[in-house]
Design a protein around this ligand. Structure first.
Ligand code: C2O
Ligand code: CU
Length: 499
């Protein structure tokens, strides 16, 4: 039924497989209701009036924030290395969208890429037909065409957006989306956004080449890392750190030799919003000479908790507060297990910038984990017995490159069924030898019953993690690994509201 199940010896199989990952080819926006498969019957599809009704219930300011951008190919300067890649409007990261909670975002995207694209608004509980999952929530936007996304951004927080097709995210198509909270006390003088990325595009290997190589398994070249753990190993990640060793690691689109510099005054309090936009790299972050007070996970407040360093998985966001010292300080993102770093500088006074390869001692000090983070009472889920539990075993392996859920790649005919207003429990059990950052669209779950609210959670090998959520956002929603290569090869499924 799905492309992913197609015969391997078919001459079109490789092409078909390349389409298989996050593209829900066989059960399209329209066809899901007419295909006669179990997938279509009784589902709340993106065209269902319940979607507009849910949108109408959202609190809105009545203000509309209109933006336009173009997905295009072009040359980008990483601060030395020039790469030909795909970006929004030639910028890396793309231009931030910043609105107030309850504003309507109207974003017109023109597609000047040689392939179809869409935009997914990562982490936002938005109307399902604007979620940007090609063929599941909308038809992909063809080359030369435009599409206007319009939705209420109701929940404050740190979000981001990116395409949802193929390996496009591993190029330069990403940007932050900040929803400000007018009711928040704030208590900081500066608000900085740090976008982390692993970079290979335009260096002689395109992300589609990486994918093809990974699919072939074994025999990886130098670019792809060593034979044992192509992307290195990390105790913090429980084994293999990733599948790909990248030539560059970036903060806000810059290599360490030409870092972005943030300026402030000594003693100022700064809110730093971290976004990990990488495809295959977790980053351990620290600011030399400082500690962080963690205030938000994936946009949602937690009881403030102090730490020297944080490990951030692909797709995750953390907001921290720190009070700045006097001088020049390295803000370092260590590519976990990959022996390389990304760098930005914080300057509040005189001083010589540290060398590009600096590794502040904080990286190896106290590191907060999910176990030390709890949602604040205003966002904590009420105690409630789940109405429905879905158990998702993460399966597959790096050599066969057959990542999946419950032993199969994404099958659009299969849905994890839920119903409006249910308490839903999703249990991720990692049966593989590698960690996976699992992401759910359109909802924010609570981790391990009392933990932080999140939409992306790193599940280490052998680990079981429980995610509870309230089904208040009708539609069809992807759940997938946020490793671009794992998602594209099938570690994905769909949470489907029944009518
Ligand atoms: Cu940021 Cu479906 O992902
Ligand atoms: Cu994965």
């Amino acid at each position: 039924m799905t492309a992913a199940d197609g015969p391997v010896l078919n001459p079109f199989s490789r092409r078909t497989l390349l389409r298989a990952g996050l593209v829900v080819a066989a059960a399209g926006v329209q066809s899901a209701c007419t295909s006669g498969s179990t997938a279509g019957a009784g589902l709340v599809l993106p065209t269902d009036p319940r979607i507009a009704a849910a949108e109408a219930r959202r609190h809105t300011t009545g203000q509309t924030h209109a933006v336009r951008f173009t997905a295009q190919a072009g040359v980008v300067d990483l601060g030395g290395p020039q790469v030909t890649t795909w970006t929004y409007d030639g910028l890396l990261p793309g231009k931030e969208i910043r609105v107030r909670a309850g504003d309507t975002i109207r974003a017109e995207l023109t597609n000047r890429l040689p392939v179809d694209t869409t935009i997914h608004w990562h982490g936002l509980a938005l109307r399902n037909d604007m979620d940007g999952a090609p063929d599941l929530t909308q038809n992909a936007i063809a080359t030369g065409r435009a599409f206007t996304y319009q939705f209420v951004a109701e929940s404050p927080g740190t979000y981001w957006f990116h395409p949802h097709s193929g390996t496009q995210l591993d190029r330069g198509l990403y940007a932050p989306l900040i929803v400000e909270d007018p009711n928040e006390p704030g208590g900081y003088d500066q608000d900085w956004v740090i976008v982390l990325d692993d970079w290979i595009d335009g260096t002689g290997t395109a992300p589609d080449d990486v994918l093809a190589t990974l699919r072939q398994g074994g025999g990886m070249g130098g670019m792809m890392g060593s034979a044992s753990g192509r992307g290195g190993t990390s105790a913090l990640l429980g084994g293999d750190a990733g599948d790909v060793r990248y030539p560059h690691y970036l903060i806000n689109g810059r290599v360490p030799a030409a870092p972005a510099t943030f300026t402030a005054r000594p003693g100022q309090r700064v809110r730093i919003r971290f976004v990990n936009a990488a495809s295959d790299t977790a980053f351990r972050v620290a600011l030399g000479g400082h500690r962080f007070r963690v205030t938000h996970t994936d946009g949602y407040p937690v009881h403030p908790a102090d730490t020297d360093t944080l490990l951030i998985a692909m797709g995750e966001r953390y907001d921290v507060i720190t009070t700045l010292g006097d001088g020049v300080f390295p803000l370092v993102a260590l590519a976990e297990g990959k022996e390389a770093t990304a760098l930005a500088l914080v300057r509040t006074g005189a001083g010589t910038p540290p060398p590009a390869s600096i590794r502040p001692a904080e990286l190896d000090r106290d590191r907060i984990g999910y176990d030390r983070l709890t949602a604040t009472p205003d966002v904590r889920l009420s105690a409630r017995i789940p109405d429905v539990t879905h158990e998702l075993d993460l399966t597959g392996g790096m050599m066969s490159y057959d990542w999946g859920i419950n032993g199969t790649p994404l099958d659009p005919a299969r849905r994890l069924l839920i119903q409006q207003d249910q308490r839903v429990r999703i249990t991720f059990r990692n049966r593989t030898m590698m960690w996976h950052p699992m992401h759910l669209h359109g909802h924010t779950f609570q981790l391990n019953r009392t933990g932080p609210r999140k939409d992306t959670v790193a599940v280490l090998p052998g680990q079981t993690i429980t995610c509870d959520l309230d089904a208040t956002n009708p539609g069809q929603w992807m759940i997938h690994c946020h490793n671009t290569y794992h998602a594209e090869t099938g570690m994905a499924t769909i949470l489907g509201y029944r009518t």
